[in-house]
Design a protein around this ligand. Structure first.
Ligand code: ZN
Length: 186
């Protein structure tokens, strides 16, 4: 297994959230690519960017690229909730203790880096009707510890004023590095 996949959510025919002229797929890619480039300095060929352009990737193809091929996956998204949501939200699998730790570290870094609150919905994962994870990125990625990173709410202009691409990308990259250092320590 390689160490890390950074996944830019949505793409192509699937724009993700759309609001105020923003397309989630575009911002996801910019942030994911920048975080990838920062982390590549350190982790070299142990890290890959999943979706590196504006094309569609369905659930099956996307998770096939990731499942059991990486120890970790960070899936980069921006949130939307009818203009009423705010803050950073990172979502681990309901089954992964390690994922919860990684999710918390990255949420803290983004919160500090951008001056955003931490949104507490689903911070311990989200259970679907079947008792499995609600999100396919968790359900279909096997042994890979996958975190969904919702940087802020794209349909909330107060959140978007705080969204600095460089700070967000660095927060994600530093959060991952910090998690890895803590794992080495014990
Ligand atoms: Zn999304």
């Amino acid at each position: 297994m390689k160490l890390l996949a950074i996944d830019a959510g949505h793409g192509g025919k699937d724009p993700g959230a759309v609001s105020n002229g923003y397309l989630e797929k575009e911002l996801n890619l910019i942030i994911a690519r920048r975080a990838y480039n920062i982390l590549k300095e350190k982790y070299k060929n142990q890290i890959d960017l999943i979706r590196d352009g504006d094309y569609s990737l369905n659930h099956k193809l996307r998770t096939k690229k990731i499942k059991n091929k990486y120890k970790y996956c960070l899936s980069i998204h921006l949130n939307a909730y009818n203009g009423k949501g705010t803050g950073v939200l990172t979502i681990p699998s309901i089954f992964s203790q390690r994922g919860k730790i990684l999710a918390k570290i990255i949420a803290d870094e983004i919160s500090n880096g951008l001056g955003l609150k931490i949104n507490t919905y689903y911070q311990n994962g989200r259970k679907g009707k079947t008792g499995l994870d609600y999100y396919y990125m968790h359900r279909l990625t096997g042994k890979t510890t996958t975190i969904i990173v919702e940087v802020c709410f794209l349909d909330n202009l107060e959140d978007m004023k705080k969204l600095n691409i460089e700070s967000a990308s660095r927060a994600i990259a530093y959060g991952f590095e910090k998690f890895m250092l803590e794992r080495i320590k014990g």
